[in-house]
Structure formats: structure tokens, C-alpha cells
Design a protein around this ligand. Structure first.
Ligand SMILES: [Zn+2]
Length: 235
């Protein structure tokens, strides 16, 4: 097999293990995928496989339309069609993570976007973490996982949201999807998303009418880490 694809399988396997070891995933409630640089082949966790038994050989490779599968013959994660929709619509992302992590899922179940109350949040998300619209009954009964992806994409498109400024979203009544420049970055954003969801929940408990982080601090923190004028870290 192509060394690039072999490397991608190793990277995606390690990212899935990192997600599990982060404590964000109970049982098998989570999955991570990665995409080749040419945006052609997706590597994703197989469906329902215990993390203890996950190896790079079991990582499933599929074309982005799901028509072709390479290497492992295991069924891909049932959420694979959601990942494919996001990759097709957001060409800059090369990794996606999905969890049912407790605090992010609590906000999703409340149908509430996570407000930006502090710089931990502003370092990764430019403003609130959005919650997309709920699917209609017919969208759930037919092509459910495809429609979850389409709903996220439509929500970002309708509101003019940039997936690089908002590297994650809450699906109402379900949980978070996060993404990044590769599978590892998607996992990192899943960890950040859970942490800011927890902080926001605790902040509201202490001060139900808490002010949002002022825009000038939000702008400073996001822009020093992301975009053309970023300067955080080693050059
Ligand atoms: Zn789920």
C-alpha cells in the first residue's frame, strides 16, 4: 500500500487512541477520521470496534463518496457519511472528531450555543461554539448520517461561518463534531471544546448573567494564534 495511506492509517489510529485516552469517549461513543492531502481518501475508525482492539490495519479507507473501500474490509464508523459531507464542503479541513463528551453534549442537549466567556475559549474558537438546527423527521428516517453533515454545512453556509474560525459545532440533542488541519488537530479541538463547555457551564452556575469576553480580547486571543498575523509559539 502507498506509504502516504499507510501513514494516514497510523495517524488516524493514534488520534482515535488519543481521543479515548483523553477521557472524552465512553464505550465506543466516538470516532476520528483523517483525509489525504489531495482530499480523495478518508481514513476512519471501523464501526463498533473496541479501542483496545484498534490497530492501523483495522482503520478503514474509503473514497469521499463512499463508493470505494481499500484495505480493511471492516464496516466504517456509522458516522462516516457525516464526516464525508464535512470534508466535501470544507476543503481546508483534513481531520474530524466526534464524541458524546459530557459537557459539550449537555450544551447540545440544551440546544444552546456555548458563549465565549474567556480566553481559553477565544484561543481556539472565534466567538460562540454554534449549535446547528435540528433535523426534521424525514431527514432522520432517510440518510440520517448524510443529513447530519448536510445540516452542519447548511448552517455554516447560511450564517456565513468560517470552519477555520469555528473548528467545531454542536448537533442539537446529540453532541459535538470538531475538526482541524489533521486528525490530531481535530482531537485537540474536541478536548478544547469539552473543556470550554465545562468552564462555560461552571461560569454560568456562578454568575447566570455573566458578560461575554469583550470583543477586543476575543480578537486579540484568536488572531495571535490563527491567521496571517499569528505570533503565538515558536516561529
Ligand atoms: Zn454520536
Amino acid at each position: 500500500m502507498d506509504t502516504t495511506l499507510q501513514d494516514l492509517k497510523i495517524q488516524v489510529c493514534e488520534a482515535n487512541m488519543k481521543l479515548k485516552n483523553s477521557g472524552l469517549v465512553k464505550l465506543t461513543w466516538g470516532n476520528v477520521s483523517g483525509l489525504t492531502a489531495e482530499n480523495k481518501i478518508m481514513a476512519i475508525k471501523p464501526s463498533g470496534v473496541d479501542y483496545k482492539e484498534l490497530t492501523p490495519e483495522k482503520i478503514v479507507l474509503t473514497s469521499l463518496d463512499g463508493a470505494e473501500q481499500y484495505g480493511s474490509e471492516m464496516a466504517p464508523s456509522s458516522d462516516a457519511p457525516t464526516h464525508m459531507e464535512l470534508y466535501r464542503a470544507f476543503p481546508s479541513i483534513k481531520g474530524i472528531a466526534h464524541t458524546h463528551s459530557t459537557y459539550a453534549t449537555a450544551w447540545a442537549q440544551a440546544g444552546a450555543a456555548i458563549p465565549c466567556y474567556g480566553t481559553t475559549h477565544a484561543d481556539a474558537f472565534y466567538g460562540e461554539v454554534p449549535v446547528c438546527d435540528q433535523l426534521r423527521q424525514e431527514q432522520v428516517e432517510s440518510d440520517y448520517e448524510v443529513n447530519v453533515g448536510k445540516m452542519i454545512v447548511a448552517y455554516f453556509s447560511n450564517l456565513g461561518l468560517d470552519p477555520e474560525e469555528k473548528p467545531g459545532v454542536l448537533v442539537p440533542g446529540h453532541g459535538p463534531f470538531s475538526w482541524g488541519k489533521d486528525a490530531e488537530a481535530a482531537v485537540e479541538n474536541a478536548i478544547i471544546l469539552e473543556e470550554v463547555a465545562k468552564m462555560a457551564c461552571l461560569t454560568r452556575g456562578l454568575q447566570p448573567c455573566c458578560d461575554l469576553l469583550p470583543d477586543y480580547i476575543l480578537n486579540k486571543h484568536f488572531s495571535r494564534k490563527h491567521g496571517p498575523d499569528s505570533y503565538y509559539g515558536q516561529s
